[in-house]
Design a protein around this ligand. Structure first.
Ligand SMILES: Nc1ncnc2c1ncn2[C@@H]1O[C@H](COP(=O)(O)OP(=O)(O)OP(=O)(O)O)[C@@H](O)[C@H]1O
Ligand SMILES: [Mg+2]
Length: 245
């Protein structure tokens, strides 16, 4: 049996996964600060809407939605228009956490609670019938829970619920460094997902080089190389024919 694929539309990326991600599964996008995680997951969501007519949900735990709208407009991604068209929902899971009021349509009202987050996603599903979701980032949830074994279970609950709701999801994970093959912050995140994508931002002599690797992809063969990628004015471009190191 071959599993149904979902193209990300990110130039070069679908080639290194041999045809895109497997539909209705959750994936970890892991990398150090500045490696391109937020841009990668945002591009997956925007492409889903604009190229494949698949509505999307963004759960923002680290940046206020207004900040994300402004940031993404620099790549020509007009989130506000997509929200007006009922193709995109952004959940503000940031403001409450830092004690600020929010006038967003979707607000996670408690500092962090899996049940309320899942209820929120179910409500949004009723409204927009999303096919793709993004959670940026799992790391702040890990710190909020502050108990690794509980965090693992809560993350499994979230990823499984997203799958059951028919969502293909990207969950970001912040690592301090990718040196020594550190691919998750708490050492548990990659076990509860179907695949792991690692973004590198490595210093070589006097320049930093961006690289992307499919570290794990259950149910599919994929490139085992680290491929270079660029962040351009239109977002991420992966070079599948080249190797970084
Ligand atoms: N318009 C742009 N053109 C080119 N490069 C850009 C542009 N905007 C951002 N970048 C690059 O992308 C980097 C940030 O990417 P991104 O926000 O996706 O990182 P991140 O992995 O989410 O980081 P963090 O963990 O701190 O949130 C910037 O540091 C910069 O190098
Ligand atoms: Mg980010």
């Amino acid at each position: 049996m071959t599993l149904e694929r979902i193209p990300t539309g990110i130039p070069g990326f679908d080639e290194i996964t041999h045809g895109g991600l497997i539909r209705d599964r959750s994936y970890l996008v892991t990398g150090p600060s500045g490696s391109g995680k937020t841009i990668f997951v945002g591009q997956f969501l925007v492409n889903g809407i604009e190229m494949y007519n698949e509505p999307g949900i963004m759960i923002a735990t680290e940046e206020r939605p207004q900040h994300i709208r402004e940031y993404f407009s620099t790549f020509g991604w007009e989130l506000e228009r997509l929200e007006d068209e009922n193709m995109l929902a952004i959940v503000d899971a940031t403001s409450t956490k830092i004690g600020l009021p929010s006038d967003e349509k979707y607000i996670d009202i408690r500092p962090f609670d899996t049940r309320s987050l899942i209820d929120q996603i179910i409500n949004i599903q009723d409204e927009i019938g999303a096919k793709r979701a993004v959670l940026d980032s799992t790391t702040s949830i890990g710190f909020a829970i502050n108990d690794v074994s509980k965090f693992r279970i809560e993350l499994l609950k979230i990823s499984t619920t997203l799958e059951i709701l028919g969502l293909t999801s990207l969950l970001t994970c912040e690592v301090l460094s990718t040196e020594g093959d550190q691919i998750s912050r708490f050492g548990v995140e990659n076990f509860v997902v179907e695949g792991t994508i690692v973004l590198y931002y490595t210093k070589t002599e006097n320049v930093r080089v961006r690289g992307i690797e499919i570290f794990k992809l259950r149910g599919s063969d994929h490139s085992k190389k680290i491929h270079p990628f660029e962040i351009t004015e239109n977002g991420i471009v992966v070079h599948p024919e080249e190797e970084v190191y």
